[in-house]
Design a protein around this ligand. Structure first.
Ligand code: NAD
Length: 291
């Protein structure tokens, strides 16, 4: 059994990005610049945005954080996005989700300039990804693909079950893995909360990608010998032995499931660290297009 080390791979990617930034600077090219929009004071959102900003510093990117009150109107936020769309120094930006209920998320994401949409959520980029045309691929599914490639796991013809159909993880990874591209070509099934007889599907799958957010949902009796397991879930569970009072666990009962697998990602240290690395890679890509 191989534990897929997302922390190591993400560090490799960040090092590759740093090197390219250094080379660009030496040649007089522009420093990549990522901006983040944060609305309100949601704790986890602030943590995620801070990690993205810190990662920018680590690789030598410029970064900007635009913070707005919870009560900003949709109209005002659209105006602010318009300004960022037109700011030539900003190569890419993200709108940290979720947004307050008073704001229509779709209207906001549709207003992001597709050339700066490094999260890959604009319909133009999402459509291109679906058609297999080069585009900004959403960071988490992109990170999963990168882990698969770097561990040389060929999914050609394998039965791959994706659990969870969110727009940001489950659906895009199901599309990507079914495409006729290197390491992909899987036969994909997309399961969700309305799926019947999930156990039958999990037991039949060569590969399971779980993105549902239910702590240790996938148990030993649900997977077959030799399967490949990618755990995207991140849940906080109470832990009296930790100073924080909680620990982070994935969707998979790692301790028992890992014994039956050929490859498995841990949580933390699997898919999680890849997400930021791929966001920065998309930003570098956006910057290169402006050269
Ligand atoms: P979500 O929370 O929007 O939706 C959950 C999905 O799971 C839904 O499609 C639902 O149909 C499905 N689901 C729920 N219970 C199910 C069940 N019992 N059986 C089958 N399907 C079920 O999804 P999300 O935003 O993709 O997040 C999923 C998990 O992944 C969360 O824990 C989230 O924190 C984590 N996540 C991690 C990263 C990362 O960087 N590693 C990135 C994004 C999300």
């Amino acid at each position: 059994m191989t534990i897929i080390d997302g922390k190591k791979i993400s560090e490799d990617i960040l090092n590759e990005i740093s090197l390219e930034v250094e080379q660009r600077t030496n040649k007089g090219y522009k420093t990549p610049h990522l901006a983040a929009i944060l609305v309100g004071d949601d704790g986890p959102s602030q943590t995620y945005v801070n990690s993205k900003i810190n990662a920018c510093k680590e690789v030598g990117f410029k970064s900007s954080l635009f913070k707005y009150d919870n009560n900003i109107t949709e109209k005002k936020l659209l105006e602010e996005i318009g300004k960022i769309n037109n700011d030539d120094d900003i190569d890419g930006f993200i709108v940290q989700l979720p947004l307050p209920n008073s704001i229509n998320q779709e209207n906001i994401l549709n207003c992001v300039n597709p050339n700066k949409d490094v999260d890959g959520f604009h319909p133009i980029n999402y459509g291109k990804m679906t058609l297999g045309i080069d585009s900004f691929v959403p960071a988490t599914p992109h990170g999963i693909l990168e882990l698969i490639k770097r561990y040389k796991i060929d999914l050609n013809g394998k039965k791959c079950l994706v659990i969870g159909r969110s727009q940001i993880v489950g659906r895009p990874i199901s599309i990507l893995l079914s495409q006729s591209k290197e390491f992909c070509n899987a036969t994909v099934t997309l399961a969700h909360s309305r799926t019947l007889n999930l156990n039958e599907l999990t037991l039949d799958a060569d590969v399971i990608i779980s993105a549902i957010g239910r702590p240790e949902f996938l148990t030993e009796n649900m997977v077959k010998e030799g399967s490949i397991i990618i755990d995207v879930g991140i849940s906080r569970v109470k832990d009296d032995n930790s100073n924080k009072g909680y620990k982070i666990v994935g969707d998979v009962d790692f301790k028992n499931v890992s014994k039956k697998t050929s490859f498995i990602t841990p949580v933390p240290g699997g898919v999680g660290p890849m997400t930021i690395a791929m966001l920065l890679r998309n930003t570098l890509l956006a910057c290169r297009k402006n050269d």
